[in-house]
Design a protein around this ligand. Structure first.
Ligand SMILES: NC(=O)c1ccc[n+]([C@@H]2O[C@H](COP(=O)([O-])OP(=O)(O)OC[C@H]3O[C@@H](n4cnc5c(N)ncnc54)[C@H](O)[C@@H]3O)[C@@H](O)[C@H]2O)c1
Length: 334
């Protein structure tokens, strides 16, 4: 295979980050694109010189007209509620795919997809970009050198979400599932599988129809307490209500002799008795995520992929368990 022929399903914000990666890779050719928004699909098609006959109004049209003879891989970046008859068809067509998180907001659907992927033995990748960060590598390598156990504080607090689907809990799953799932995944990556979670959520700061659309009904903020083995307890906060300020986001791990302060996709501050070391991010983690997917298909080496569909399902279960706790007020044991 000289060039990997990729089709894009969804040409919105996140797709553009993948497009930036693929534009830099000689071994990749974007051959087909789909998006219901005409301007978006045309922009992507023009960028890569896609044959107009292969520019489609949605994933159904693309999948009706393409096959594994014409496309080697598909990149899916659509809103969480749009994953309808998408992965199931792609799996039946035996085409490897990379899918953005959260890969749906219906856990049963995700469990079904994971089973089908396994049956076909397909190569998949999920967009947990932080796993490819040099800063996260440093934290992962550092942890086993110390006495296990300690407190972890994670936060992702930002402004009122823009996209229509992000403003409704029923279409985004809530901020923990839609956005802070990156840090949820980071916790699994660093500390293993969790034991339990208790979570709360709150609304009332963002006024529907004033600060956001009249349909706004997602939580303004939530707090989840995850317990892991080895005496690790995490408090993970999510917030999407602030205006004009940039809160401190990321993960702060306090060990008995070191603080690892991972500042979301920006830098890592390591503090010990000897002093402080500030390490800036040195890689483009989305490029590395995309490169790992492409190389895994070209070489057959799946170990390059740091989170595939089956692995990401565990992170999804962890995020949905927090949502369950928010609804029931009870601790969920995992
Ligand atoms: N990994 C990351 O860091 C990261 C960052 C941002 C967003 N995301 C995720 O990426 C996904 C998309 O987010 P976004 O910001 O690009 O949203 P977006 O709204 O900007 O883009 C989604 C696009 O999908 C298109 N679409 C919807 N249904 C479709 C269909 N049936 N066929 C083809 N296209 C369809 C929409 O028209 C839209 O253009 C979300 O799940 C989001 O959580 C991941």
């Amino acid at each position: 295979m000289e060039q990997l022929r990729i089709a894009l399903i969804g040409c919105g914000g996140r797709s553009k980050a993948h497009q930036n990666s693929f534009e830099q890779m000689d071994c990749v050719k974007i051959v087909a694109v789909a998006d219901p928004i005409e301007a978006r699909r045309n922009e992507a098609a023009e960028r890569f010189g896609v044959d107009p006959a292969r520019v489609y109004a949605d994933h159904t049209a693309l999948l009706d007209n393409e096959s594994k003879e014409t496309v080697d891989a598909i990149v899916i970046a659509v809103e969480p509620t749009a994953h309808v008859e998408m992965e199931t068809r792609i799996i039946d067509m035996e085409i490897p795919f990379l899918v953005e998180k959260p890969y749906c907001i219906d856990l049963e659907y995700a469990e079904d997809i994971a089973r089908r992927v396994e049956q076909k033995g397909l190569i998949t990748s999920v967009g947990f970009q932080d796993r490819y960060l040099d800063l996260v590598d440093i934290v992962k390598e550092e942890l086993p050198k110390h006495k296990p156990g300690g407190l972890v504080y994670g936060s992702w607090i930002g402004g009122i979400p823009g996209p229509w689907w992000w403003q409704k809990k029923s279409t985004c799953g809530g901020q923990l599932v839609e956005q802070n799932i990156h840090l949820v995944d980071g916790l699994r990556y660093l500390f293993g599988e969790p034991l339990s979670v208790y979570a709360t959520c709150s609304r009332g700061i963002v006024q529907p129809g004033v600060d956001a659309s009249v349909e706004y009904d997602t939580d303004d903020h939530s707090t989840a307490v995850y317990r892991f083995s080895n005496n690790v307890t995490v408090t993970l906060v999510s917030g999407c209500y602030v205006k004009g300020i940039r809160p401190h986001n990321g993960l702060v791990v306090t060990l008995d002799d070191m603080i690892l302060d991972y500042r979301l996709r920006n830098n890592l501050i390591i503090t010990t008795a000897e002093g402080e070391k500030d390490i800036p991010r040195g890689v483009d983690q989305t490029y590395l995520l995309d490169e790992a997917f492409v190389k895994a298909i070209l070489t057959g080496d799946r170990s390059l992929i740091r989170s595939d569909y089956a692995d990401a399902l565990k992170t999804h279960r962890m995020a949905f368990a927090a949502n369950e706790s928010m609804e029931t007020g009870k601790v969920v044991y995992l």
